[in-house]
Design a protein around this ligand. Structure first.
Ligand SMILES: Cc1cc2nc3c(=O)[nH]c(=O)nc-3n(C[C@H](O)[C@H](O)[C@H](O)COP(=O)(O)OP(=O)(O)OC[C@H]3O[C@@H](n4cnc5c(N)ncnc54)[C@H](O)[C@@H]3O)c2cc1C
Length: 72
């Protein structure tokens, strides 16, 4: 079997990018890198004190309640 890993670039570290990156890593056999243009992952769901052009942010009072944990 070949040890060659297909390189995959995921653009954007919002929820879609995080889920895609985690799924590809879980599947294995890929060399995955996620590019995020801001300093934090999470996209819309990440609270940013400073606004970023074209990237929405939740309010500081938003409470996120979810049942899963993901590691990038
Ligand atoms: C309170 C709330 C409730 C919501 N409810 C729903 C719902 O019920 N259903 C629904 O479908 N949606 C809902 N949304 C919309 C929300 O946008 C999506 O749920 C989800 O966050 C979209 O994820 P995404 O990864 O596609 O995009 P985003 O969260 O927008 O992430 C995109 C990421 O890509 C990065 N990026 C952009 N351009 C580049 C580039 N050129 N290079 C590198 N990185 C880049 C950005 O910085 C950002 O981090 C809700 C949003 C909020 C705040």
């Amino acid at each position: 079997m070949s040890s060659f890993k297909k390189k995959i670039a995921v653009l954007g570290g919002g929820f879609a990018g995080i889920a895609a990156t985690a799924s590809l890593k879980e599947e294995g056999g890929f060399d995955v890198i996620c590019f995020e243009k801001t300093s934090k992952y999470g996209g819309t769901w990440c609270y940013r004190e400073e606004s970023e052009e074209g990237v929405p942010s939740i309010m500081p009072t938003t409470i996120i309640n979810h049942s899963k944990e993901m590691e990038l």
